[in-house]
Design a protein around this ligand. Structure first.
Ligand code: SF4
Length: 301
């Protein structure tokens, strides 16, 4: 039907025969998850040899001409692996690197400037930008994608502002046209039982089942309050997201994270790693008792 079809895999079962089948089916892309290099990955997966098997799967797909990528879900336990994986992608001629942000379990805006999550995330993004820009400058094709944190678009705009201010308006237009988070709008999930969800992170929330109601009826039905909220344009989000000057780029980020961490799907996203100056709101009242370093303000200029 002409759909773009990607396959996400842990890679361990991709042997010679399987890579042949994948090529025959005609997947547009195969993404293999790696949590680190060698033993780090094996320990995450609790399977000795998992890294070697996954890398072998990547190589087999690559050698058959299938577009292939490394998917890295960054956590505070494996952030040290980022550079090693970026090196691997380079060395092995892998087409794409996908960074999925670690799930944030912190307490909102409190100590945002010093919070390990926020600092780690920013540093990781800086490293990914630097690598990506290196390929662009050398005229080499390499794809970089980040996921699970729509504030990335704003952080990228800040990078452009700092390094290529003459392009900032153009990039801003592109990012606004993209529009940030699209769960429940341009992103949908139908699980293995046929139940529909706003995206893969919403498996605890059912919108109906395609075996009893057509998807074409389930999807536009805004009698469901979550769907009504996700499809509102613009979305009505509370807190700092609601006041953020970059809302048109980010869209208020990830609603399921707000719901899981605060109990309210329309609260601000606690995993935003931009500080109040950067998003153009007055210092949050919750940080008044904490010495706020303002260490990232230079990036907002
Ligand atoms: S404050 Fe909210 S809308 Fe603004 S960049 Fe952060 S997550 Fe996105």
């Amino acid at each position: 039907m002409g759909f773009y079809v990607g396959l996400s895999s842990n890679g361990t079962l991709i042997d010679e025969a399987m890579s042949h089948r994948i090529a025959e089916i005609g997947y547009d892309y195969v993404g293999v998850s790696l949590d680190g290099i060698g033993p780090v990955h094996d320990e995450f997966r609790r399977q000795k040899g998992a890294y070697d098997a996954a890398l072998n799967g990547i190589r087999l797909c690559r050698d058959r001409g299938i577009k292939v990528g490394v998917r890295f879900t960054m956590t505070e336990r494996n952030v040290e692996s980022l550079d090693g994986l970026l090196d691997l992608v380079d060395r092995e001629g892998i087409d794409k690197f996908y960074l999925s942000h670690l799930v944030y379990a912190g307490r909102g805006n409190r100590f945002r400037g010093d919070d390990a999550f926020h600092v780690t995330t920013r540093e990781a993004m800086d490293r990914v930008f630097a690598r990506c820009w290196g390929y662009v400058q050398r005229g080499e094709k390499k794809e970089f994608v980040t996921g699970n944190n729509d504030a990335d678009g704003v952080y990228f705009l800040m990078w452009v502002q700092k390094n290529y201010p003459e392009h900032v308006e153009h990039i801003k237009e592109k990012l606004e046209a993209w529009g940030g988070n699209a769960s429940g709008v341009n992103v949908a999930n139908i699980d293995n039982l046929g139940t529909v969800h706003p995206d893969t992170m919403w498996w605890h929330y059912d919108l109906g089942n395609v075996k009893t109601r057509p998807f074409s009826e389930i999807w536009p039905d805004t009698s469901d309050p979550i769907m009504a909220g996700l499809k509102a344009s613009p979305r009505r989000i509370k807190g700092r997201c609601g006041q953020c000057r970059h809302f048109a780029i980010c869209g208020g980020n990830t609603r399921v994270r707000a719901q899981q961490l605060t109990g309210d799907a329309w609260e601000e996203d606690p995993a935003c790693y931009l500080d109040d100056t950067e998003i153009g709101v007055a210092a949050d009242r919750r940080v008044v008792n904490a010495p706020y370093t303002g260490r990232h303000h230079d990036a907002a200029e």
